[in-house]
Write a protein that binds this ligand. Structure first.
Ligand SMILES: [Zn+2]
Ligand SMILES: [Zn+2]
Length: 137
């Protein structure tokens, strides 16, 4: 089960949600992961790791919460690790969709300070509104 954090912008009323954890549709092996990936480049990389380097999924992928230090925005992305060539690990890194800088995973997602982040639409520190936590599966 995962947590869904809903929040909105006080200026433009845009709603956002962040996912953390994994739902019932958890991915248990590399084939399912490859199937679920939309990026062609990443898909090809995973296929290569699987077919040429005995790549396997190290653990069930989880949604984690990330921030962009450059844009001050929040993102939730699926993190996964592929073990290959006996002891090497490929960890999926995520880039900010607007500035392409690598996103940083938040260590304590329990208390995200929404005032520190900007609305992706207004580009202002205007997040707040009602922040709710729900379960998803
Ligand atoms: Zn806004
Ligand atoms: Zn950015």
């Amino acid at each position: 089960m995962g947590i869904l954090i809903d929040y909105s912008c006080e200026k433009c009323d845009k709603n956002y949600s962040l996912k953390q954890g994994c739902g019932k549709l958890a991915i248990f092996d590399i084939d399912e992961l490859i199937h679920s990936i939309r990026s062609k480049k990443e898909k090809e990389l995973l296929i290569e790791l699987k077919e040429k380097h005995n790549g396997t999924l190290k653990e069930i992928p989880f949604y984690e919460i990330y921030e962009c230090n450059e844009c001050h925005t929040l993102h939730s992305k699926q993190e996964y690790q592929i073990e290959y060539d006996d002891n090497k690990i490929h960890i999926k890194k995520h880039k900010c969709p607007s500035c392409k800088k690598e996103l940083v995973k938040l260590s304590s997602k329990d208390d995200i300070d929404f005032e520190k982040y900007k609305c992706k639409k207004c580009n202002e520190f205007s997040l707040g509104g009602i922040i709710t936590f729900n379960l998803f599966d």
